[in-house]
Design a binder for this molecule. Structure first.
Ligand SMILES: *[C@@H]1O[C@H](CO)[C@@H](O)[C@H](O)[C@H]1NC(C)=O
Ligand SMILES: *[C@@H]1O[C@H](CO)[C@@H](O)[C@H](O)[C@H]1NC(C)=O
Ligand SMILES: *[C@@H]1O[C@H](CO)[C@@H](O)[C@H](O)[C@H]1NC(C)=O
Ligand SMILES: *[C@@H]1O[C@H](CO)[C@@H](O)[C@H](O)[C@H]1NC(C)=O
Length: 663
């Protein structure tokens, strides 16, 4: 039956518009070598056009444009005596006592700094890029790299100094946030549960606030981890996601906090659904979307719940200004003793010492009073809240392990944040933020096996590829698969900002490839949008008439053919067409070749609310009395960006006394 209510069709189509998820099967470029596993450390070098890969007992240099091509390889095994010591200490010869490369950082133009777990005795080397060989002498890797290959861990290299979040001992029981540089001794966190309490490190990176001050003394390194809370009374261990920071210019204290951070502070990172009282309390990965002005930086995090059986994953986003607000103005917490030996964390209401411990001013001049305060007050009470006070995306029965985000400008001139999330089953989800909400537009099986994506990197400038590392190999994937969408409506319904319909070639094209390489020859980089929007027969259309013509015009399902199946003879019936196109889009109807004037009901909606020149959704209905003879119906969506037509022949079929119409 044709739906009696015009409005209900429009809504269902709009729902379809936002919920199409494509499962695409693809041939991706891959790399692995027989007998080598745990390809979990990746490093992109865009200017050298290579991807460095740290695996178990080997480091590779692959070509960024095609990771199946290996430029170089160096093996790094554990000597016999180290191996024996490791085995004597009760570790497994086949797994624990091998060398897992976990630190891979660019030191300068000619060298990488690399560290491996080295049979539970971490060691670092310089890797010469000239002949791709390890240069001696080996350095102690303690505090830079984990002992245990399965323990969580993070590093970042900032101006030749290595910042790590790891553990300092064999047992993995002494957590540490450290800085290593050639010129200074190791700077580290105080060994105390109020500073770090069984943390699982996920990410660290620098935010350069000091662009204007030459010495960059306001630059800060942010760490993200999950740890056991000290501030909540809980039956068992309650996990808490944290954001912590240290100043790049920190030199440690003179007497108190000697060789320790004097700028360490941490806060709770909230990702929850307050209305449901549901908290995502485990952060699994973080991506920092950096911008020219550090204040506009957005931090994206993926979260799960400590109680894994809930099966939910969430993405929360944080703006840098609220982070900065918490760290510069948030209230401190402090330990208070209630009833004998029982301690409790409460808000600190006293006066904070002067000079303030929160500035990145030269730490060597801080008085003991300030330093003692820093030592006792590492935790802030005020939490960092997500943008919109809740998750941007919640997914069920999926466990996200990795995240990467790209900011792109689509043909409609809007800027979108595209979120790539990798799962523990080797899947990749691509989601787009529209009007503050996130829609998953694509799901692909990135890895052959159902195994976790351990690392996910994104190259926005160069190859526009994603690089994923797993236990069994490295995979390279494009960021969009536009050519998989066979029709205009499929292309547009995905709502993938990388894709647009090219009416000339009748293909769904990647707008970035089209601009970059001329893969579609007639489209030059300059007038891409007008070429895409203009039908072949009217190439002289003014290219700048509106900003919205990028996508061409297209009729959305269901087609007239599909609607005809519900039409009954000798009864009034409705037909409708729904089209998406530029603002001058009109729908015309024809019956048996003749123009149909009235009565036609029409609805127009701008796709982006409040943008009268943007794309519109137009729906048009005809209401017909019972048919007496066979008829042909046609609707044409006509616009400056071309036409799209849907057609149906309605034939009266007699079956006994029952008369039906068929398309
Ligand atoms: C990558 O390189 C391999 C080996 O040279 C080649 O067979 C393959 O076609 C290349 N793939 C792409 C996408 O260029
Ligand atoms: C290394 O890879 C093997 C094989 O896939 C896997 O079983 C093991 O858990 C991995 N080890 C680590 C430390 O990731
Ligand atoms: C930081 O140092 C500068 C110059 O030494 C001084 O003017 C400023 O007051 C200090 N800021 C804080 C918060 O101590
Ligand atoms: C599009 O349709 C309009 C109205 O039906 C017609 O005037 C125009 O010629 C058509 N344009 C093309 C390129 O088919």
């Amino acid at each position: 039956r044709v739906s009696p209510s015009p409005g209900s069709h429009l809504i269902s189509c709009l729902v379809v518009l936002f919920s199409v998820v494509w499962l695409v099967e693809l041939k991706l470029v891959e790399f692995s070598e027989p007998g080598i596993f745990n390809y979990s450390t990746l490093l992109l070098s865009e200017d050298k056009d290579v991807l460095y890969v740290g695996a178990r007992e080997a480091i590779f240099e692959l070509r960024m444009t095609n990771v199946s091509i290996k430029n170089n390889k160096v093996q790094w095994k554990v000597p016999e005596n180290h191996m024996t010591m490791c085995i004597v200490k009760g570790k497994s010869k086949e797994t624990d006592c091998l060398n897992y490369i976990r630190v891979l950082q660019v030191l300068d133009d000619k060298r990488l700094y690399v560290c491996g777990t080295h049979a539970f005795q971490p060691v670092c080397h310089y890797l010469s890029l000239k002949d791709f060989s390890l240069e001696g002498p080996a350095e102690d890797g303690r505090g830079k790299c984990s002992f245990d290959p399965s323990q969580s861990f993070t590093t970042v290299m900032v101006d030749g100094e290595l910042y790590s979040g790891t553990s300092y001992n064999f047992l993995g029981s002494e957590p540490i946030i450290s800085r290593y540089s050639l010129s200074q001794s190791l700077l580290r966190t105080e060994y105390s549960t109020s500073w770090l309490n069984e943390p699982s490190f996920v990410f660290a990176d620098v935010i350069r606030e000091g662009k204007n001050s030459a010495d960059g003394e306001d630059d800060k390194i942010y760490y993200f981890f999950t740890e056991v809370s000290v501030e909540y009374e809980f039956f068992g261990k309650l996990l808490i996601p944290r954001i912590a920071r240290v100043c790049k210019g920190d030199l440690g204290g003179q007497r108190t906090l000697q060789k320790k951070w004097t700028s360490f502070l941490k806060a709770k990172l909230v990702c929850s659904m307050p209305e449901l009282n549901f908290v995502f309390n485990v952060v699994t990965d973080v991506f920092i979307l950096k911008t020219a002005d550090w204040r506009e930086t957005v931090i994206y995090g993926v979260f799960t719940s400590q109680w894994g059986n809930v099966g939910l994953s969430a993405v929360c986003a944080y703006d840098m200004l609220s982070v900065e607000n918490v760290f510069s103005k948030g209230k401190y917490m402090q330990k208070a003793t209630v009833e004998q030996s029982h301690t409790k964390w409460v808000r600190y209401n006293g006066i904070t010492p002067h000079p303030s411990p929160r500035s990145c001013n030269s730490s060597l001049h801080l008085p003991d009073k300030t330093l003692q305060f820093v030592k006792d007050h590492p935790l802030l009470e005020d939490p960092v809240l997500p943008i919109g006070n809740g998750p941007k995306l919640i997914t069920k029965d999926v466990s996200y392990t990795q995240i990467a985000v790209e900011r792109v400008q689509a043909l409609d001139n809007n800027v979108y944040d595209v979120i790539f999330t990798g799962t523990d089953k080797g899947l990749l989800h691509k989601s787009v933020v529209y009007d503050g909400l996130v829609h998953t537009v694509e799901e692909i099986q990135l890895l052959h096996k159902s195994e976790p994506i351990k690392t996910l990197l994104l190259s926005s400038q160069g190859t526009r590829s994603l690089y994923a590392g797993s236990d069994s190999g490295v995979v390279q994937s494009p960021t969009a698969f536009c050519d998989k969408y066979p029709s205009c409506s499929d292309c547009i319904l995905t709502r993938d900002p990388y894709c647009a319909w090219d009416p000339d070639s009748s293909t769904c094209v990647n707008i970035f490839h089209t601009q970059a390489a001329s893969a579609v020859p007639p489209l030059s980089p300059v007038d891409t949008s007008s070429s895409l929007s203009t039908s072949g027969s009217s190439p002289s259309l003014p290219p700048s008439s509106t900003s919205s013509e990028g996508l061409g015009v297209c009729l959305l399902p269901p087609s007239l053919q599909d609607q005809a199946w519900g039409v009954q003879a000798q009864e009034a019936f409705l037909l409708f067409c729904l089209a998406l196109g530029p603002s001058d889009l009109q729908i015309h109807w024809q019956v048996n070749g003749a123009h149909l004037e009235t009565p036609i009901t029409e609805y127009r909606h701008p796709l982006v609310r409040g943008d009268p020149h943007g794309e519109v959704l137009v729906s048009s209905w005809v209401r017909e009395r019972a048919l007496v003879k066979d008829s042909s119906y046609q609707c044409v969506a006509a616009s400056s960006a071309g036409n799209d037509t849907s057609k149906v022949d309605l034939n009266i079929l007699s079956r006994g006394s029952d008369q039906r119409l068929l398309g």
